[in-house]
Ligand binder design. Structure first.
Ligand code: NAI
Length: 398
């Protein structure tokens, strides 16, 4: 079967498994070139949200870089069915595990809802059997649209909206190659609260409490969650909007987790990452024009990083350097993004950007290509005219 990209707006309805494999191999080769500045690196790592974006890159950096870590990856992905080939994350899990086992690491994938009690118990069992009972790093990299409310059986749903007043902006459509005007109304109180429930720190804390109560955290055990702040230009839609309020809650939760980990001499961190094209971020209306301009400027300055370069820098440059934190104690991987010279040029580009000229003046091709590559398309090393062996793929399990 020949697999073609099927794009609807900012959603890919198909993925190319062999392209996912090739994209993973690129990230692995990147991680293998890293040199650690310290030997004090995590060995047994649990990654919540391991199948794409920053979680996947964390897993690859830690497995194939100098940490040589063993991992348990939790994600919510779907395999092949009558409805289609399955999700890119499904194949990412399969091929990361395959490569990790080949490299002699122990690795496992748990497919399930990270918010459910069932998944927690499965993870606890895996920590006991795979890690001998202790995990020394928990990476919290979930990007979810909803979270079940255990008390009502209903869901909290996150909204991506401004707070206080409406915001005008543009959204991208990768199917039509168009930039479309959007007006986002301000979020209601309920929408704000629900977004904090889904994307704030409550679930991170409850995972850490669960692991601590079950004696599954190692001495000096650490955890890190990923956040975004961004420049003034994006504050109305992000930092001061519903997602930003959820991230502020996440930042505050770090202190509670620090207290929880203190008997183990452990530590909780927030790594503030750079804006990048991921399955989750392309959904944020108003952010894509910024990404188009940012990619252009950072590439021209030789400062552009993808998820894997960010995670390499996190674990092999910043991780153990306690002095390398901002005034609030946050690890800043957005430092290059927020350089004044970068932001000045981004602002200038955004001021000129229109639906008519964006493909010429911005890095639209780079952003589109990143989006396609998330789904296994657009890789120069893959022959897309070659049929994919469906029976063989169907036999693979994560
Ligand atoms: P992503 O969409 O690429 O990855 C999300 C992961 O969460 C996937 O592995 C998915 O399977 C998993 N997931 C979602 N719901 C789940 C559930 N209910 N149970 C189990 N797994 C579930 O997203 P991305 O962009 O890598 O985001 C990860 C974190 O990084 C988020 O907290 C995000 O806010 C943060 N971040 C993202 C930035 C960006 O530009 N993409 C910038 C800075 C921070």
């Amino acid at each position: 079967m020949i697999i073609q990209p099927q794009i609807q707006g900012v959603v890919a309805r198909s993925c190319h498994p062999m392209g996912c494999k090739a994209a993973i191999e690129e990230q692995i080769s990147n991680a293998q070139q890293q040199k650690a500045r310290t030997t004090d690196l995590p060995k047994n790592v649990l990654i919540l949200g391991a199948s794409s974006g920053f979680g996947l890159a964390s897993r690859i950096a830690l497995t194939f870089g100098p940490a040589n870590a063993s991992t348990i990856g939790v994600s919510f992905e779907r395999g092949m069915s009558d409805k289609g080939i399955g999700s890119a994350g499904w194949y990412n899990n399969i091929f990361v595990k395959e490569a990790a086992l080949e490299a002699g690491r122990t690795t496992s994938n748990i497919i399930g809802d990270a918010f459910s009690e069932n998944t927690r118990q499965t993870v606890a069992d895996a920590i006991r059997t795979q890690f001998g009972g202790k995990v020394d790093l928990v990476v919290y990299s979930l990007a979810a649209g909803l979270r079940p409310n255990p008390e009502t059986g209903d869901f909290w749903r996150s909204s991506i909206k401004p707070v206080g007043e409406s915001v005008e902006g543009y959204s991208i459509d990768f199917e039509k190659n168009s930039l479309n005007s959007v007006t986002l109304p301000p979020a209601s109180k309920q929408e704000i609260n629900d977004t904090v429930k889904v994307m704030g720190g409550e679930d991170w804390l409850s995972w850490m409490q669960f692991l601590a109560q079950n004696d599954l955290l190692a001495e000096n055990g650490r955890t890190v969650a990923y956040s975004y702040i961004g420049p003034e230009h994006t504050h109305a839609i992000y930092h001061k909007g519903t997602l930003g309020l959820a991230k502020t809650h996440l930042h505050q939760t770090r202190h509670e987790i620090d207290t929880l980990l203190s008997p183990l001499h452990g530590q909780a961190d927030i790594a503030v990452c750079k804006a990048l094209v991921t399955k989750a971020s392309v959904f944020i209306p108003g952010l894509t024009p910024y990404l188009l301009a940012l990619y252009k400027v950072m590439k021209a300055k030789g400062l552009h990083e993808g998820c894997i370069e960010q995670m390499d820098r996190l674990f092999y440059r910043k991780w153990n350097d306690r002095a390398d934190r901002d005034g609030e104690g946050l690890i800043r991987l957005d430092d290059w993004e927020l350089q004044p010279d970068v932001q000045e040029e981004v602002d200038a580009l955004l001021a000129q950007m229109t639906p008519e000229n964006f493909t010429q003046i911005s890095d639209y091709n780079g952003v589109l290509n990143d989006f396609l590559q998330l789904n296994g398309f657009g890789l120069s090393t893959v022959d897309y005219s070659k049929p994919v062996d469906i029976a063989k793929l169907k036999a693979l399990a994560p």
